[in-house]
Structure formats: structure tokens, C-alpha cells
Write a protein that binds this ligand. Structure first.
Ligand SMILES: [Zn+2]
Length: 271
């Protein structure tokens, strides 16, 4: 844990050191937010079960002082939030990418329990068609089968990394976009440099080291200095029986959503 605090402090110092003297008001605000985040993380030691409400997305980002609204200039819609510290690191990464002609765009950021419940239940009832083209309510009469098919890309409310404010979806929601042209250039840049800003990709292709969980998502990135710790909180305290309050939640334990999905991530995003 000391190692991760040191890394965090190093990153914060680096972010502040990298700012030019001609910084704008917006940059000054980011610095202040980073200072706030530093004290927040220190306060959160050690791991604590009271962090479960946060881990499960049971809060309102717009009313939480640790969160900041993302400017429209770097996102595709208004009113999205990120954890301040993850945002500060993203801004540094955004600028570095921009200097190389690459424009990162945030497509999704913090989604709390209620927001995720909306996404999940629209897929559950067939109001939203799955990316495979199926109406889950018609194609899968068995509740476990239905949940497993929605889980290919969407989290059950209470289990999403998007609850944390540390995880963002960038530029495009199709893996194929990142496999040619502009998308490939952006993806290669992130694979080479995102770790310098604390970001890693939790949903890599499934293989022996990540046999279970969501399918690969080339667009989803996570701010590790915070999210690795929240993953530890989930591992220690979050249980399948706590995942409830929405259509289909009764199959969470049968599926083992915490072990397979919350913890089914790229190992390099854990430490
Ligand atoms: Zn995502």
C-alpha cells in the first residue's frame, strides 16, 4: 500500500511539475483538485467496508466534492463526471496525446447505481437491443442465460467500475474502430503511454490469465492509483448477495458476478 501511495504522490508531483508557467485558469483548478485528491486518498487508509456504498455506486457524483464535471471540449456529451484525481491525470494524458496529433474523447465516465440500473433493465426488458442484435427478453427466457448475455458488455448495477469515477470509455464503442487507421494510431499510443499517466486497460482479450469476465473492450481505461485500491475493497468486502435491487439480480450469486466480472480483469490493472 505504501508503494501505491508513493506512486500516487509521484504522479501528482509529475502532473504539477509538467504544467507550464502560462497555464490557464482551468489548469490551476486541476492542481487544486489534485491536492484535494491527495488528502482524500490518505484519509481512506486502510481499506474499509464503509467504502462499499461508493464501490457499489450508491451516491450522486454531482453532489460529491471528490468529483468534477468533465468539460464539453473533451467529451461527446455534457454533464458527465470523473473523480477529480483521475480527471487531473487524464488531462495530462490528453495534452500529451494531442501534442502527437491524437484527440482523446471521453464517451462515458461515472455512472452510479441508478444510472447503471437503467442501462441494465432496458436490456433486460428488451427496450434496448443487445449489441448481438437480440432482444434479451425474447431470446433468453432463462434468467441466468439472459443475465449472462447482457453481461458480455454491461455490468449489473452495483458491480461496475464506472461507479468509481476512475474508469472511462474513449472515442468509440467498437473494437474494430481501434484496429485500423486513426483508431489504431490512438490505440497504439494509449497502449504505449497510458501507463505513464496511471491508466491501464482492464478488459483485455480473454486468455489464460483472464479466462472470465466481460468481453474485450479496447475503449475502456481505468485510473489505477485509485481503482486498484477499489478493486481490493471489492475483493475483501463485496459479496454476490449484496447485488440486488434490479430485474435479474436474483441470479447474481449463481453466476458469481463478483469473482468472475468485478475481479475478472487484466492482472496488470490490479497492482
Ligand atoms: Zn466502460
Amino acid at each position: 500500500m505504501l508503494r501505491s501511495i508513493s506512486l500516487l504522490l509521484f504522479l501528482i508531483t509529475s502532473i504539477i511539475a509538467c504544467q507550464s508557467p502560462s497555464q490557464s485558469k482551468e489548469n490551476v483548478k486541476v492542481e487544486a483538485n489534485v491536492e484535494g485528491a491527495k488528502s482524500l486518498v490518505q484519509q481512506q487508509e486502510p481499506l474499509d467496508s464503509t467504502q462499499l456504498n461508493y464501490v457499489m455506486g450508491k451516491f450522486t457524483p454531482g453532489q460529491d466534492e471528490n468529483f468534477i464535471m468533465i468539460p464539453d471540449s473533451i467529451s461527446d456529451k455534457s454533464g458527465m463526471y470523473m473523480h477529480k484525481q483521475a480527471f487531473a491525470a487524464f488531462i495530462s494524458m490528453y495534452r500529451a496525446a494531442k501534442a502527437e496529433g491524437i484527440t482523446l474523447q471521453i464517451r462515458s465516465a461515472t455512472r452510479n447505481f441508478d444510472y447503471q440500473k437503467g442501462i441494465w433493465e432496458r436490456k433486460w426488458t428488451g427496450e434496448t437491443i443487445l449489441s448481438s442484435g437480440e432482444d434479451a427478453s425474447e431470446a433468453f427466457a432463462d434468467e441466468k442465460e439472459r443475465a449472462l448475455n447482457i453481461l458480455k458488455y454491461s455490468s449489473m448495477p452495483g458491480t461496475s467500475r464506472h461507479h468509481w469515477g476512475t474508469d472511462i470509455d474513449l472515442n468509440n464503442f467498437n473494437n474494430s474502430w481501434f484496429e485500423a487507421g486513426e483508431g489504431l494510431k490512438l490505440f497504439n499510443w494509449l497502449e504505449a503511454h497510458a501507463s505513464e499517466y496511471g491508466y491501464c486497460r482492464p478488459y483485455t482479450a480473454k486468455d489464460a490469465s483472464r479466462p472470465e469476465g466481460y468481453n474485450e473492450e479496447k475503449w475502456h481505461w481505468s485510473y489505477m492509483p485509485l481503482s486498484s485500491k477499489l478493486t481490493e475493497v471489492a475483493e475483501q468486502y463485496l459479496r454476490d448477495e449484496m447485488i440486488r435491487g434490479f430485474h435479474g439480480s436474483s441470479v447474481a450469486s449463481d453466476i458469481g458476478v463478483v469473482r468472475k466480472y468485478v475481479l475478472g480483469i487484466n492482472n496488470s490493472c490490479r497492482h
